[in-house]
Design a protein around this ligand. Sequence first.
Ligand SMILES: [Zn+2]
Length: 139
Amino acid sequence: MAAVKSKDTKPELFIRKALHKRGLRYGLHNKSLPGKPDMVFRKYGAVLFVNGCFWHLHDCPRFSWPKTREAFWKKKITSNRDRDIRNLQDLTDLNWRVGIVWECALKGRLKRPPNDIIDLVEIWLRSEESELEIGGLSP
Ligand SMILES: [Zn+2]
């Protein structure tokens, strides 16, 4: 997946800028942590991933199985998903709080108002909740 997932996707850049504006500081793409989280908020003991719905097998309208090379994609995408699950467990074991913002929250017909997403992330960072998951609006 490393070969195909670009590091600085547009939605991720939006989130980074907006959080920075609110005074929330973070490190980027920390390679020493499981899953190389997109953002690491040490002060808050939290990491944040911005996940593409296709590559990470999100149960949402933006995900659908490709019609060609079905076996290849099935293997690839489910192994991505399995790795995500392991990474999440490892991060939790290391006492990190883990947040995921899905691509469908940021683009497409079910996207949320951008400021709502930033509000949710900020509230979560300042809370003691262990997990955060933000997907698109319900269809
Ligand atoms: Zn999604």
